[in-house]
Write a protein that binds this ligand. Structure first.
Ligand code: FAD
Length: 311
């Protein structure tokens, strides 16, 4: 979509040098896939992020907030409107009054390292999740029975047209890969209360979890992690396996041999290869096991456009 030049000029003033037109989302997703966002904005601080979100919303430009793009499949047609990155805007990490306050753009990995150095205990099972803290809060990311929301106290959000608010953990209705955030809001930061323990023990646990994941997951391959949510009584990878889809391939997209809930961008897949493979898995699992798989990965963007591939 064409963004009015007045809006574009104002954006440039808010985020000098950080407003990109037709920016390939392949550069901003762990799949390494996806067509262009009409605008990609990396606001340098919280104030300019809020002003940019207000400006775009009042100009009728759709806004998609992204962290590190590790749970996204962006179609070849790219994203209509503006993508706002949280990476620079919300990048602080501090300890205040026994609480750890973390900006949403901080990589989860950096937050866990900070905890390990200071001996804060509790979130080690999340080691190896590659997204941002904001992305993790948005979907209550978790691993080995621990969720980021477990030790969270509050979440600060900003909603264009509404303003800033603080949401208490109890009001987030946290569940398996779900958190109820105000409609259209961006997570700016979250506060955590963790127990103090032995720093070297926390580091040892982090390393242990990472090694477990390196054994069980296709490390170093382009993916968005688990494609499907686990039903309550069975792991999604088991259903994919039972359906005989280990190693199934469409174009450059393949079901990992090592972990059948991962689809890999292998040999220069197009997003449509991944999407078709997802459809094939859902249909085949339904036919062969009678179960309905639900997506964990979020598929976004316009259909059509040139098929974008990137090895
Ligand atoms: C190898 C690999 C392993 C993984 N393992 C796990 C795992 O064990 N457990 C797990 O839960 N996930 C896992 N994931 C998935 C992914 O890393 C997590 O879902 C992560 O929390 C997503 O964070 P992100 O910053 O990349 O979000 P993005 O992919 O950028 O965004 C995901 C969604 O969150 C929204 N969002 C992002 N930031 C904000 C914000 N600040 N405010 C409001 N909305 C926001 C976006 O609009 C989008 O809807 C894995 C992924 C990979 C590639």
């Amino acid at each position: 979509m064409q963004v009015e030049s007045r809006t574009y000029d104002e954006l440039l003033r808010l985020a000098p040098g950080a407003v990109l037109r037709d920016e390939p989302m392949a550069r901003h997703t762990s799949f390494g896939l996806g067509g262009p966002a009409d605008l990609y904005v990396e606001a340098p601080n919280a104030g300019s992020f809020r002003a940019a979100a207000e400006l775009l919303t009042s100009a009728g430009v759709p806004v998609k907030v992204v962290g590190r793009g590790t749970n996204l499949l962006v179609r070849s047609g790219g994203i209509e409107g503006a993508v706002l990155s949280t990476e620079s805007a919300f990048s602080t990490l501090s300890e205040r009054d026994g609480r750890i306050v973390v900006g949403s753009g901080v990589p989860l990995k950096s937050f866990l390292s900070f905890c390990a150095e200071a001996g804060w205990v509790g979130l080690e099972p999340l080691a190896g999740i590659p997204g941002s803290v904001g992305g993790a809060v948005f979907m209550n990311a978790g691993s080995y029975g621990t969720f980021i929301g477990d030790c969270m106290e509050t979440v600060s959000v900003f909603t264009p047209g509404v303003g800033s608010a603080t949401v208490a953990r109890e009001d987030l209705d946290l569940g398996y890969r779900t958190a109820r955030l105000p409609e259209g809001s961006t997570v700016e930061e979250a506060s955590f209360v963790l127990e103090r323990g032995d720093a070297s023990e926390v580091s040892r646990r982090l390393q242990e979890i990472l090694e477990l994941k390196w054994k069980g997951q296709p490390v170093g391959m382009r993916s968005a992690g688990c494609v499907f949510r686990n039903p309550a009584d069975v792991r999604a990878w088991q259903l994919v396996d039972q359906a005989g889809l280990r190693g199934a391939r469409i174009g450059g997209a393949v079901v990992s041999d090592q972990h059948t809930n991962f689809i890999l961008n292998d040999r220069g897949a197009a997003p449509e290869d991944v999407e078709e493979l997802i459809d094939l898995i859902v249909t085949t699992v339904r036919e062969r096991t009678g179960r309905e798989l639900v997506l964990e990965v979020e598929v976004v963007g316009r259909r059509g456009g040139a098929r974008t591939t990137q090895a």
